[in-house]
Design a protein around this ligand. Structure first.
Ligand SMILES: *[C@@H]1O[C@H](CO)[C@@H](O)[C@H](O)[C@H]1NC(C)=O
Ligand SMILES: *[C@@H]1O[C@H](CO)[C@@H](O)[C@H](O)[C@H]1NC(C)=O
Ligand SMILES: *[C@@H]1O[C@H](CO)[C@@H](O)[C@H](O)[C@H]1NC(C)=O
Ligand SMILES: *[C@@H]1O[C@H](CO)[C@@H](O)[C@H](O)[C@H]1NC(C)=O
Ligand SMILES: *[C@@H]1O[C@H](CO)[C@@H](O)[C@H](O)[C@H]1NC(C)=O
Ligand SMILES: *[C@@H]1O[C@H](CO)[C@@H](O)[C@H](O)[C@H]1NC(C)=O
Ligand SMILES: *[C@@H]1O[C@H](CO)[C@@H](O)[C@H](O)[C@H]1NC(C)=O
Ligand SMILES: *[C@@H]1O[C@H](CO)[C@@H](O)[C@H](O)[C@H]1NC(C)=O
Ligand SMILES: [Zn+2]
Length: 910
């Protein structure tokens, strides 16, 4: 061929979990497991949708007959080491296909007698060796049995070798395979990502192995406990770079690097243009401090000698904690000092802190099987706040766990369809069951209960137990109870530390049962009672969960005449009081709200609104918690209130209640709007406080939609200025999402068309997302209908963005019926072209039906289901059932509450 290739060799350091690769202008090899769900941070720019779907109910599977029909590997063979060579082709072949070829030799030892070798292999074409798919040899004295036959099992992703005689227990063998696969743009296994630089198309070969895609890259024992040493060789064009988990033997051209005291090499990788624009600087700045924080917190040194982090143009999850080579979507790693918002920056910090936490917890020590995923993900989702707080101590970021994890998961875990954190190993087998484990319960409830445990045991005790666990099981695998054992041991050895039950007993209540309790405190009698909290009082659960609350957890604060429980909001439960105490708390809020901490104020609001939804307290009592907001300046309580009031807006924005609601909220938000106007010197400065910046967004967004004087004029003038000089956007990045939306909502075709031009011209992904969501805010029906048509035209809206754009339109009260008609009319086309294999397809149904609250809409929904049974609903099937259920519940709630709510808003808005 005449082209020069050079070979770089990468020795996988230590015992690595299963693994693989990336390549091109950037090429990376990555090992280990895990993907991050993108979190919604600081409101704007959330292109990634976060699924809150529930696993489907378990069915009892019939026991498969043959070993290769089981999804789990037999326990007869264990891998020791792999030599893997991969050669991705970054140019298409004559058929326009991108391919990779590879060679693998895996040494494994036999621990139980067997005449079968079963190893994972998926979508790989295996080369024939003398009529078989693989070659087998013995290691040392061992003689390999001859192969009788080999075959592939498509369903369970196996390559099977039937041997003529048995492998010897204690002996080791080498299995050789040669294979070819497609370097597809499917974001799974070894895959292709593309981008354009200076008009030239660039191709990156990269990897996503978690959870079950390593087998799509090379034949391997693709289970988390099958750890092995990897030696990886990547063949690539000169002028391209190869990266792997371990240090390269050859050295390349680091774009950025720095050294820590023990000469740890830290590098950030991305598109050349992004690095040149210094978009990697922020990530580079925070990585060192975050690693140092964890070394101290875990009392264990970083297990590798280098840390690479790479931003990829195409990436499915938020990030993936490959050991020593973490992969990210661009918005989770790249910070542009001019274009990025405060929310973008916070997301970068927390995602990095999350991934780096996994370098020890998850990679160095790995859970035995996917049923314990909640411990891995819950843990990283908790300590990410600690790591981020160390890197950015002025942000008070630890408080935000209340909004982004605790309240978020309360909403899901209060449903009858929730499930316990812990699953039995036998319940999780198929790739689909494994991917269902990556849900809000695992991440956010896991984080909430671990935070509760840490606060209960105290942080030093918790960290000491962790350190002991990590040091004991380094390079090995565990089950979740191993962590409890090590914590218990530290408790035992800590003088003066007494806990009422073992760590085991306490945690079982929260991990083995679904849901959480509402604790009721009656200050007249001093009684404390608890029961399983269910949002829908009519929902039925077989056996309501029983929780044991160690007294310290209820930890209450008392004022002269009031009691507030769950002081640090560390307990994973809601609190209800007798009416007199509620009244006293409300009066405290109205007279001296700062007597309570910020998170307690947010908690009172969230508890009250949810207790009212569950009919435990009166709706008007919940609404009364929002009265003091006229004096509130902090973000977390405001955000908590606005999230709860959002339900009222959705239920009533097409009814006469809305006029009164608008007057009330206008009155409440006005002082906040004025406050920000003052502290920003008439909107010329950025607030200094981190969360003040978020609350400024709330102030402007709500003030404009509620009609506060001066708000609309302000945003219109900003947008006008931008339209007049498109190269000088005067709108601060923090405010863009809100300002674009309001300006388009109150503008016409001119404003819309300008946004469209800017959208088509945008070079920063997050800027394009802001504009795409803002264009859905227009109130002009024909513009909305035209935009709906655009969503199904891939030359206008990228295919991956179609359904989320329709959801943005449905979020708009004028757009909702148009989007519903559009989706009904085109269901079969949408389903066929956008529904198959899509993770977030169910969000389309959720999004469109959010406002449904009339009998008529319920009938329409049922008819839609009937009319399209022959087409099907794919991954939106469950969402459709839930939509019918939720609409039914909404109808009931509106019927019961509408008159009271109208009366209350009317009285309170004058
Ligand atoms: C793997 O590679 C190493 C060094 O490159 C070599 O010593 C070893 O024999 C190889 N193992 C197998 C099973 O091919
Ligand atoms: C694998 O083999 C099948 C059947 O020959 C062929 O259609 C397919 O294109 C091959 N795939 C790759 C990636 O080589
Ligand atoms: C990174 O740190 C340097 C040195 O402290 C600082 O000058 C620079 O502004 C930081 N960059 C970013 C994007 O935070
Ligand atoms: C940290 O680890 C060292 C050695 O592993 C041990 O001696 C020391 O006690 C540990 N410190 C804490 C606070 O656990
Ligand atoms: C409540 O929490 C505070 C702060 O953590 C602690 O100082 C206090 O001792 C706790 N009170 C009880 C009764 O546990
Ligand atoms: C809620 O309280 C108000 C006023 O105290 C009362 O008029 C109303 O009937 C109560 N509503 C419910 C549902 O109990
Ligand atoms: C803000 O504007 C008002 C009136 O337009 C003016 O009186 C005031 O001085 C301005 N404040 C600042 C800090 O510029
Ligand atoms: C549109 O993008 C091109 C290329 O990036 C740039 O030269 C041009 O200035 C942009 N136009 C506007 C109005 O931003
Ligand atoms: Zn994670």
């Amino acid at each position: 061929m005449g082209r020069v290739y050079y070979v770089s060799k990468n020795v996988g350091l230590g015992m690595l979990v299963l693994a693989t690769i990336a390549l091109a202008t950037i090429i990376a090899l990555s090992i280990a497991y895990d993907k991050e769900r993108a979190k919604n941070r600081g409101k704007p720019e959330n292109e990634a949708t976060d699924s809150t779907s529930m696993p489907t109910p378990l069915t009892t599977p019939s026991t498969p007959k043959e070993p290769w029909d089981h999804y789990r590997l037999p326990d007869s063979l264990v891998p020791v080491s792999y030599n893997v060579t991969l050669w991705p082709r970054l140019r298409p072949n004559a058929d326009g296909m991108y391919l990779f070829t590879g060679y693998s030799a895996v040494i494994f030892s036999c621990v139980k007698e067997t005449d079968l070798i079963i190893i994972h292999s998926n979508k790989l074409n295996l080369t024939n060796f003398y009529g078989h798919h693989a070659k087998l040899s013995g290691l040392g004295d061992a003689t390999a049995p001859t192969i009788q036959k080999t075959w592939l099992v498509v369903k369970t992703h196996y390559l099977v070798l039937q041997l003529r005689s048995a492998l010897a227990v204690g002996a080791s063998y080498v299995l050789h395979t040669e294979f070819q696969g497609e370097l597809a743009d499917d974001l799974e296994g070894f895959y292709r990502s593309e981008y354009t630089e200076d008009g030239v198309k660039k191709v990156v070969a990269t990897s996503q192995m978690q959870a079950t895609y390593a087998r799509k890259t090379f034949p391997c024992f693709d289970e988390p406990a099958m750890k092995a040493v990897f030696t990886v060789t990547i063949i690539h064009d000169q002028g391209t770079v190869a990266l792997s988990n371990g240090r390269e033997i050859e050295s390349f051209y680091p774009l950025l690097w720095t050294k820590l005291s023990h000469s740890l090499q830290i590098r950030i990788w991305a598109r050349r243009k992004a690095i040149e624009d210094r978009q990697g600087d922020y990530a580079l700045n925070v990585t060192g401090p975050i690693l140092q924080f964890y070394e101290h917190y875990y009392n264990a040194t970083y297990p590798l000698s280098k840390s690479d982090q790479i931003a990829l143009p195409d990436f499915n999850a938020g990030a993936m904690e490959n050991w020593g080579l973490v992969t990210y979507r661009e918005t989770a790693l790249l910070y542009d000092p001019i274009m990025s918002s405060t929310g973008n920056k916070e997301r970068i910090t927390t995602v990095i802190a999350h991934e780096l936490a996994h370098m020890w917890f998850g990679n160095l020590v790995t859970l035995q099987w996917w049923n314990d995923l909640w411990l891995n993900e819950g843990f990283a989702s908790y300590v990410e706040y600690l790591g981020a707080d160390y890197a950015e101590p002025t942000w008070n970021i630890k408080d935000q766990i209340i909004l982004y994890d605790v309240h978020k998961v309360f909403a899901v875990d209060a449903l009858a369809s929730s499930h316990p954190l812990s699953r039995r190993e036998e319940e999780v087998n198929t790739p689909a069951q494994i991917s269902e484990m990556f849900n809000t319960i695992s991440y956010s409830k896991g984080a909430a209960v671990l935070r509760m445990l840490s606060e209960f045991l105290t942080e030093p005790v918790f960290a000491k137990g962790l350190s002991s666990y990590l040091n004991t099981f380094a390079f090995g695998n565990t089950v979740y109870t191993d962590l409890w054992d090590h914590l218990q041991q530290v408790v035992k050895n800590t003088p003066g530390m007494h806990i009422p039950h073992t760590v085991h007993n306490i945690m079982n209540r929260w991990t083995l049962q679904m849901g959480f309790p509402v604790v009721t405190i009656d200050t007249r009698t001093g009684s404390i009672t608890q029961k399983h909290f269910l949002l829908d009082p009519d929902s039925v659960v077989d056996r309501p969960s029983q929780f044991k609350l160690p007294p310290r957890l209820v930890n209450s604060t008392t004022g002269e005449d009031w009691v507030l429980a769950n002081t640090n909001v560390s307990g994973y439960f809601r609190v209800n009081y007798d009416l007199d105490n509620w009244d006293r708390l409300l009066s405290l809020l109205n007279t001296n709200h700062q007597a309570l901490s910020i998170i307690n104020r947010a908690q009172i609001i969230d508890d009250a609104f949810n207790l009212a939804r569950a009919k435990i307290i009166n709706t008007t009592l919940a609404l009364r918690t929002s009265k003091y907001l006229a004096k509130e300046r902090d973000y977390i309580p405001w955000e908590s209130a606005l999230r709860n009031l959002d339900y009222y807006i959705l239920m009533f924005d097409r009814t006469e209640v809305y006029g009164a609601l608008q007057l009330y909220l206008k009155k409440q938000i006005q002082p906040l709007f004025e406050y920000f106007k003052t502290i920003t010197a008439n909107w010329t400065k950025v607030p200094t406080g981190h969360t003040d910046r978020y609350n400024q967004i709330n102030a402007i967004g709500i003030a404009c939609s509620m009609g506060v004087d001066g708000c609309r004029e302000l945003i219109k003038s900003w947008y006008r200025q931008w339209m007049e000089s498109p190269h000088h956007n005067p709108i601060h990045p923090n405010l863009k999402t809100t300002v674009y939306c309001s300006a388009i909502a109150f503008g016409g075709v001119e404003e819309w068309d300008f946004a469209w031009r800017m959208f088509k011209n945008a070079t920063l992904a997050s800027e394009a997302v802001r504009l795409r969501s803002a264009m859905a805010c227009t109130k002009v029906p024909w513009l909305l209908n035209r935009y709906l048509e655009y969503t199904l035209d891939p030359t206008k809206i990228r295919k991956q963005d179609a359904t989320s754009t329709i959801q943005y339109i449905a979020r708009n009260v004028v757009g909702m019926p148009l989007a519903w008609n559009f989706v009904r009319a085109r269901w079969s086309y949408i389903f066929q072209h956008y529904g198959r294999g899509s993770f977030s397809f169910s969000n389309l149904v959720n999004g469109i039906t959010k406002r449904f609250s009339t009998d008529f809409e319920l009938q329409e929904l049922k008819k839609f289901k009937e009319d399209n049974l022959h087409v099907g609903f794919g991954s939106a099937t469950l969402a459709l059932e839930q939509a019918i259920e939720k609409t039914t519940a909404n109808i009931k709630w509106v019927t019961e509450n509408k008159a009271h709510v109208l009366k209350w808003f009317t009285e309170e808005s004058t």
